[in-house]
Write a protein that binds this ligand. Structure first.
Ligand code: GLN
Length: 383
């Protein structure tokens, strides 16, 4: 009996880099600074609240858009931190992680033949979602080594089929941030072109050296055309809880919810209640930048005499390091050699480019205990 041809919808996609590197790190018993997740605990208050809500019966489906108290507190936070009015009833939806939010947003907005502009290097979840919906990703590279968006190139990539521009700040993998000039350039672009924006801002509370996170929706013109995506997993050191959100004007959110309700229906109930309780503590997100800035500085100080040189990083919990001074290997080979031979896992940045641009840089996650960073730094100093 012949087997049915699968007709892969993503023939060019394999197992993603995060799964691959975390697998290799486990297999070779390596220090894992590859996949971005903290190796320290979530706040004990949050654990206590999740337990409380599970024990008191918050275990059935949450409302499709998320529990109202969480949406209300998020709306209050957007108003107080960024001065942005989001209506909790019609303009915010709680999702199963930011990845689901990206997928539901792209699925809601992209029809076959639509073009979507992606700025490279780019996080890996955007492109497959576009392709699965019959859309065409159009790639525009940032400059090197400062990873700035060239807005003339973005504008030149816009055609009559362009539907969506995907932006990300603080940026994974480079750690760069939108500037005031970027916001102005984007506003002017949106005034000239009828396109929408997906703004991935999951690292919004990790910005360093006194820098400011520009939430794009704070600009009223941009807000009307933008879906903002965020992550409680990032903010509360709980990436495994898979809790994110999307905020957007009601007419866009209406379409987003049509997909979200059939993609997953709703996100995990007791955790929504616990995060809603946690949002009462605004000190937490205000202090997060200084917490991660100390981690970054600690790590960079430990490796200052190594052959690895820091590139950029004003935000996120990732640090790019150039190894050009110690090896001429290409990035994927260097990452593989490091994890197998040196027992340290990192992410090659070339995987975030469609054409695998190789700049001899690797991405290291510094959301780790000091002892983990010490172990990693010892290895880096030996290379
Ligand atoms: N956002 C995380 C990173 O960049 C990983 C997410 C994932 O594993 N899909 O490392």
């Amino acid at each position: 009996m012949s087997s049915v041809d699968v007709h892969s919808k993503l023939p060019h996609i394999g197992t993603n880099i995060f799964t691959t590197m975390s697998g290799l790190a486990a297999q070779y018993n390596a220090v894992n600074l590859a996949q971005g997740f903290p190796d320290f605990d979530v706040p004990s208050y949050l654990i206590e609240r999740v337990s409380h809500h599970m024990l008191t019966g918050k275990n059935q489906y949450a409302p499709m858009a998320g529990i109202l108290s969480l949406r209300e507190k998020l709306a209050t936070k957007y108003a107080s931190v960024y001065g942005i009015p989001f209506d909790p009833v019609e303009e915010i939806t709680i999702t199963c992680g930011a990845t689901e939010a990206c997928f539901s947003a792209i699925t809601a907005l992209i029809k076959a033949g639509d073009e979507v502009i992606i700025i490279e290097p780019a996080f890996d979840c955007y492109e497959p979602a576009i392709v699965l919906n019959g859309g065409k990703p159009v790639f525009v590279k940032t400059t090197y080594p400062d990873f700035k968006i060239n807005w003339d190139e973005v504008e030149a990539a816009i055609t009559s089929r362009t539907r969506l521009l995907i932006l990300n700040s603080p940026h994974n993998p480079t750690g760069t941030l939108f500037t005031k000039e970027d916001v102005t350039a984007l506003r002017e672009l949106l005034q000239r072109h009828d396109i929408l924006v997906l703004s991935d801002e999951v690292y919004e509370h990790m910005v360093f050296d006194g820098a400011h996170h520009y939430c794009l929706a704070a600009d009223p013109i941009i807000r009307e055309k933008t879906l903002t995506i965020g992550s409680f997993g990032k903010t509360y050191h709980a990436t495994g809880w898979r809790l994110g959100f999307c905020a957007a004007p009601a007419h866009l959110m209406k379409e987003f919810r049509k997909v979200h309700q059939f993609n997953t229906f709703s996100a995990v109930t007791p955790i929504q209640h616990a995060v809603s309780d946690m949002l009462d503590d605004s000190d937490w997100h205000h202090n997060l930048s200084s917490f991660f800035q100390s981690k970054r500085n600690y790590f960079l100080n430990l490796i200052k005499h190594s052959g690895f040189k820091a590139v950029a990083t004003q935000g996120t919990y990732f640090q790019l390091l150039s190894y050009a001074a110690v090896s001429d290997k290409k990035e994927t080979d260097m990452a593989e050699w490091m994890v197998k031979e040196m027992k340290l896992a990192a992410i090659p940045v070339s995987v975030f480019y469609q054409d695998k641009t190789d700049q001899q840089i690797l991405r290291f996650c510094f959301a780790k205990k000091d002892e983990t960073l010490q172990q990693a730094a010892e290895i880096l100093c030996k290379i």
